[in-house]
Write a protein that binds this ligand. Structure first.
Ligand code: KMH
Ligand code: ZN
Length: 286
């Protein structure tokens, strides 16, 4: 009888998503929005146990942007200052055009997010039509960028099956997915929803992580660890550390995730282990 869930790794991959595209700097001054703040955050979060960073870039007015020079500056800055796996968001903001979202790969990240379908996103709609998913996936394969498949809905898990059937495996041959639970109007941030998603995962999936939005952040982290998964945390997903205590720095969320993972006997993995797990191409200059 096996007691350890399939795909359970001995160590935990901790991803930090420090900024996102939804929160205004004016509302949350602790949100890292400048290139300097991003690099400082990356260094602090790596020291706290993160191995992968999911980046959304902001412009000089702190607004979300897909400006190529700023994306490239972020990739280079974080790559020079840390050993973190550098993942760029191709989701951007709900207002970003699909064609522009494809240009994110020109900034040469190690990894990119790839959301497996359209979903409600608060009062908006996060568009990911099938043709866009295929174009982005093929481009990532061509550019040797490892996608992280973002699953906001149970239907997205099934769309991943279709994507693998139609386009094959990603660069590197491994398949890493991230469940995003608790977005208003999308899959709820409950352990039950996470378990339902896990039950649908295609066998090609080699690793998975989960994040819960807002107040579901901590319960989903605990559920993911219990089920053998990895963690994504950060101010993109959650701005409240505990009741009455806003997050003051992303390192607090990473540090708590690292403590939780260690308590669960699956301490944070190193950046070298993350690079192996995700089979990313080595783009670091030696
Ligand atoms: N900002 C959301 C509309 C991703 O990074 O790929 C999409 C998002 C997902 O955050
Ligand atoms: Zn994102």
């Amino acid at each position: 009888m096996t007691t350890v869930p399939a795909r359970t790794a001995a160590r935990t991959l901790i991803t930090v998503a420090p900024t996102g595209a939804e929160t205004a700097k004016a509302d949350v001054p602790a949100l890292p929005t400048t290139p300097e703040e991003l690099v400082e955050t990356a260094i602090a979060c790596e020291a706290a146990g993160a191995a992968l960073i999911h980046i959304h870039v902001r412009d000089a007015d702190h607004r979300p942007t897909l400006d190529q020079a700023l994306l490239r500056e972020a990739v280079v800055g974080v790559r020079e200052a840390t050993d973190l796996v550098v993942q760029l968001s191709t989701g951007g903001a709900v207002t970003d055009a699909l064609e522009q979202r494809l240009t994110v790969l020109d900034a040469d990240p190690d990894s990119c997010s790839l959301t497996c379908g359209t979903t409600n996103f608060g009062d908006g709609v996060f568009l990911n039509p099938w043709g866009f998913m295929v174009d982005l996936y093929r481009l990532a394969q061509e550019r040797e960028v490892v996608p992280e498949f973002e699953l906001f809905e149970l239907g997205h898990v099934h769309a991943l099956r279709r994507l693998i059937d139609e386009c094959g495996l990603p660069y590197g041959g491994t398949v890493h997915v991230d469940f995003v639970l608790g977005v208003p109007g999308s899959m709820p941030g409950t352990p039950q929803a996470l378990m339902a998603g896990l039950a649908l995962l295609p066998p090609e999936v080699t690793s998975w992580s989960a994040t819960g939005i807002g107040r579901t952040h901590l319960p989903i982290a605990a559920a993911a660890l219990s089920a053998g998964g990895h963690l994504r945390v950060g101010m993109e997903d959650n701005l409240i550390f505990a009741k009455g205590r806003p997050v003051g720095h992303n390192r607090e969320l990473v540090g708590r995730a690292a403590e939780l993972a260690t308590l669960m006997q699956r301490p944070p993995m190193s950046t070298a282990e993350a690079r192996e797990l995700l089979a990313v191409k080595d783009r670091r200059s030696r």
